[in-house]
Design a protein around this ligand. Structure first.
Ligand code: UD1
Ligand code: UDP
Length: 363
């Protein structure tokens, strides 16, 4: 039984990590790791292999940054060659980056069964590049591992047959469960940044709709500055390179906001765990906040994680200053008693078990 795992960005590496470690322990399973190289800076890539005890990828295509078409096209060319050489029984892709789309498409064209993990997420906003990727991957994948009943319903509404869908939970649950205690012991980030638990805000921004529009980015940062002063809590902002480039190019002002490099998972998880409120446009952080019972304010107009909003773990604030301020005020008083909708730990193990079963059925 031979499995190919294809990925290329920070969240894919993190969310695949528990599953990759499990693959190494299965004696009747061989696997290969194919990294597209979409993310390549140490702090978006290699740091997670080091911290999360992952083997080096068997292949790295070193595609790097480029416009969507060029980036995805180059990935398709490189992935196809490796799939022809490795001839896996199935290919696993996760989430919605271009790397996942290219992996799914290259495999499907070669008639290699595709398993999509985190299937069924929908923001219903097609101007978001990831939404197009999600729609296309879920159409061409053979087996859709979906986090929960909300995401299963999204797939059914699109006419996808129930026998392609497996409600597995989300593998981020395993990553948080296996890393939280280690982070508490290994990370001294709170001391390094002189932070008191539950007395700071954690901010990340990297979506093009926020990060690539200098005026909008400045308005968000000004609002966070006011919020920081109002509550006398610092704002910690580990900054994605995409956003950092725009901050530098347009000389944007960050008054009371403490900017850092993108952090490793242990430091970042520790910061998430003890934040008073997480403010973000990240997808995975809406989930992690929910799992950690830390209130989240999402700085977007829509989300593909709408279940977090429905259960009261997250407010979709958009980016207007008064809406962000109201959402923060409200989330500072959240009761934090929601149930995690992403499944119990053991998701990655369940996915592997089902993948092995799928391979036996094909043989
Ligand atoms: C990509 C994904 C997004 C995901 C995010 C995770 C797509 C369409 N987007 O967005 O879904 O949420 O990764 O972080 O697949 N850069 C570096 N070093 C790197 C990578 C990028 O400096 O290792 C800079 C480059 O200037 C690049 C910019 O960041 O142009 C954007 O990178 P890109 O991979 O195109 O998109 P992300 O914003 O990272
Ligand atoms: N993350 C990290 N260091 C950081 C910022 C984020 O380790 O400085 C982790 C975070 O815990 C989550 C993932 O990276 O698991 C989120 O990645 P990102 O927001 O870039 O992508 P998205 O989830 O939006 O696709």
């Amino acid at each position: 039984m031979h499995v190919g795992l294809i990925f290329g960005t920070r969240p894919e590496i993190i969310k695949f990590s528990a599953l990759i470690r499990l693959c190494s322990t299965h004696s009747n399973l061989s696997f290969f790791l194919l990294h597209t190289g979409q993310h390549y800076s140490y702090e978006l890539d290699k740091i997670f292999f080091d911290e999360l005890n992952l083997p080096n990828p068997d292949y790295n295509l070193h595609i790097g940054s480029a416009p969507h078409g060029e980036q995805t096209g180059k990935m398709l060319i490189g992935i196809e060659q490796i799939l022809l050489k490795e001839n896996p029984d199935v290919v696993l892709v996760l989430g919605d980056p271009n790397s996942a789309l290219a992996g799914a498409l290259a495999a499907a064209k070669l008639h290699i069964p595709v398993c999509h993990i985190e299937a069924g997420r929908r923001s219903h906003n097609r101007s978001m590049p990831e939404e197009l990727n999600r729609l296309m991957i879920d159409q061409i994948a053979d087996h859709l591992f979906t986090p929960n009943e909300w995401t299963r319903q999204n797939l059914l509404k699109e006419g996808i047959s129930d026998d392609r869908i497996i409600v597995s939970g989300d593998p981020i649950v395993d990553v948080v469960a296996s890393s939280k205690d280690t982070a508490a012991v290994c990370s001294d980030i709170l001391q390094r940044l002189s932070l008191e638990p539950e007395q700071y805000f954690l901010l990340t921004l990297h979506r093009p709709e926020n990060a690539d529009i200098p005026n909008k980015l400045q308005t968000i940062l000004n609002t966070l500055d006011i919020i920081s002063a109002k509550y006398a809590y610092p704002v910690i902002f580990p900054c994605h390179p995409r956003t950092k480039k725009v901050l530098a190019m347009h000389k944007l002002i960050l008054k009371n906001i403490q900017i850092t490099e993108p952090l490793g998972y242990m430091d970042f998880l520790q910061l998430e765990t003890h934040a008073s409120v997480i403010l973000t446009d990240s997808g995975s952080m809406q989930e992690e906040a929910c799992i950690l019972h830390v209130p989240c304010v999402t700085l977007r107009e829509d989300t593909e994680r709408s279940e977090t909003v429905q259960i009261g773990a997250n407010i979709l604030a958009g980016t207007r200053p008064e809406c962000i301020m109201d959402a923060v005020e409200s989330m500072l008083h959240a009761d934090k008693i929601w149930q995690n909708p992403f499944g119990e730990p053991g998701v990655s193990e369940r996915i592997i078990r089902d993948v092995l079963y799928i391979i036996t059925k094909i043989a």
